[in-house]
Design a protein. Structure first.
Length: 89
C-alpha cells in the first residue's frame, strides 16, 4: 500500500502541489506497489540513517522522497527539486 504524509494531502488541497502532479506520482506508486520493481522509474537511494533507507523518485521538475517498510511505501514529501530536499532535512 501507499501512504502519504498529511502535509502532502494539505498541499494538494491548498493547491501548492498541483493535482496533476500528485496524480502522476500516485500512479507511479501504485505501479511500484504492484510490481515491487524500483528499476521501472527514475529512483535513487539517498544517503540516510541506519534505521531506514530513503529513496528519491524523479518526475520532471518534481521529486518525491519516500521509504519502504514491510512492502508498504511511505511518501514523506513531494515538491519541486529546489524545495523537496530543504523540507526533508
Amino acid at each position: 500500500m501507499v501512504f502519504y504524509e498529511k502535509d502532502i494531502k494539505k498541499a494538494v488541497k491548498r493547491e501548492s502541489l498541483p493535482k496533476e502532479i500528485f496524480k502522476r506520482f500516485n500512479n507511479i506508486f501504485i505501479a511500484l506497489d504492484m510490481t515491487n520493481d524500483l528499476g521501472l522509474f527514475d529512483i535513487k537511494k539517498l544517503k540516510s540513517s541506519e534505521k531506514r533507507a530513503y529513496y528519491r523518485l524523479r518526475k520532471g521538475k518534481y521529486r518525491a522522497i519516500f521509504y519502504i517498510e514491510d512492502k508498504n511505501y511511505y511518501v514523506i514529501s513531494i515538491a519541486k527539486r529546489e524545495e523537496v530536499y530543504k523540507r526533508w532535512e
